[in-house]
Write a protein that binds this ligand. Structure first.
Ligand code: AMP
Ligand code: FE
Ligand code: FE
Ligand code: ZN
Length: 299
């Protein structure tokens, strides 16, 4: 007999789902097609994944089609490159927004155009010292991809100038390099307002990652929360344990959604699908806050 007050003998069947809400394809700086990201997600044993390419939703259809065919759920997402007025880099994940929302699209197109001018300028500067051309870079970009330094890194690898993307970022392509060129991007507060206006759910990616440069100040976080920030990507390999504790407290204080993700870039980064994950409860809250017609695609 099961003693009173004991759970012994109880069969608890909570749903166990492996959910990874941050991945990239060749629509931005990942190395796999959107369909291949879905296949890799299946191989990695995920049940749900989001495609969150930088500043574009071009991979949604293909990734979603493949995902449901393989029996995976697909969350349409994006990662918006932002910079605060003090020059701190912030990446804002957006889930389930309307990809045709004009004000958001206009801001993204301006950002993407700025990235192109900037990448070409960086290659021009590099070409003074290295045998690299814009064609070398373009070979590593998907059609209409959001261009970034990783594409320049891939060209440098192919040309034998560096051994991999990480080595390129450590030195030639770092923010302190003479070849580095800035580009104009959205303010995170503006991005949050646009994502909300487009019915999406804004979650700050790797919010306290000192290895990525300066982190947002308390005032920056307060402004983002006031603007409608929905969540914080706490479990990400770039957030050290010390800052995860601060982020968990911030989430508790402001009732923010906590997520965890891999930030998979295919072969472009060591990050592995499913190395961090998001709870069913957090995904449910994201779905509840979304107000556009875009839904999670279930198999
Ligand atoms: P950009 O947006 O052009 O300034 O380039 C930043 C992108 O480069 C980020 O989205 C990262 O995915 C990627 N990146 C940053 N650091 C590294 C690294 N050490 N190794 C590989 N990729 C990196
Ligand atoms: Fe990236
Ligand atoms: Fe990011
Ligand atoms: Zn990312």
């Amino acid at each position: 007999m099961v003693p009173r007050g004991s759970n012994a003998g109880l069969r608890v069947s909570l749903p166990v789902m492996r959910i990874d809400l941050h991945t990239h394809s060749i629509a931005s700086d990942g190395t796999e097609t959107p369909a291949d990201v879905a296949r890799s997600a299946k191989t990695a044993g995920l049940d749900v994944f989001a495609l969150t390419d930088h500043d574009t939703t071009a991979g949604w259809q293909e990734a979603g089609d493949t995902a449901v065919t393989l029996g995976l759920a697909f969350v349409p997402g994006m990662e918006i490159t932002c910079t605060t007025s003090n020059g701190v880099s912030v990446h804002m994940l957006s889930y389930l927004h309307d990809p045709t929302h004009e004000p958001l699209l206009t801001a993204l197109e301006s950002s993407r155009a700025g990235r192109l001018t900037r990448a070409r300028r960086m290659v021009e500067l590099l070409s003074a010292d290295y045998d690299i051309t814009w064609d070398d870079v373009q070979r590593h970009m998907g059609a209409d991809a959001t261009v970034g330094r990783p594409h320049i890194a891939d060209a440098l690898v192919e040309l034998g100038i560096v051994s991999n993307r990480s080595a390129a970022f450590f030195d030639i392509l770092s923010g302190r390099s003479p070849y580095y060129v800035r580009h104009t991007t959205m303010d995170p507060v503006e991005a949050i307002k646009l994502v909300r206006a487009a019915g999406g759910v804004p979650v700050c990616a790797h919010p306290m990652a000192p290895t990525r440069g300066r982190i947002p100040t308390e005032a920056d976080f307060d402004a983002m929360i006031d603007a409608g920030l929905a969540g914080l990507e706490v479990a990400h390999r770039d957030n050290p344990d010390e800052t995860r504790a601060i982020l968990m407290q911030m989430a508790a204080d402001h009732d923010l959604i906590v997520t965890g993700s891999s930030d998979y870039h295919g072969k472009g980064k060591p990050n592995l699908l499913g190395e961090n994950s998001t709870s069913v409860q957090s995904l449910t809250r994201i779905c509840e806050q979304a107000t556009s017609d875009i839904k999670v695609r279930w198999p």
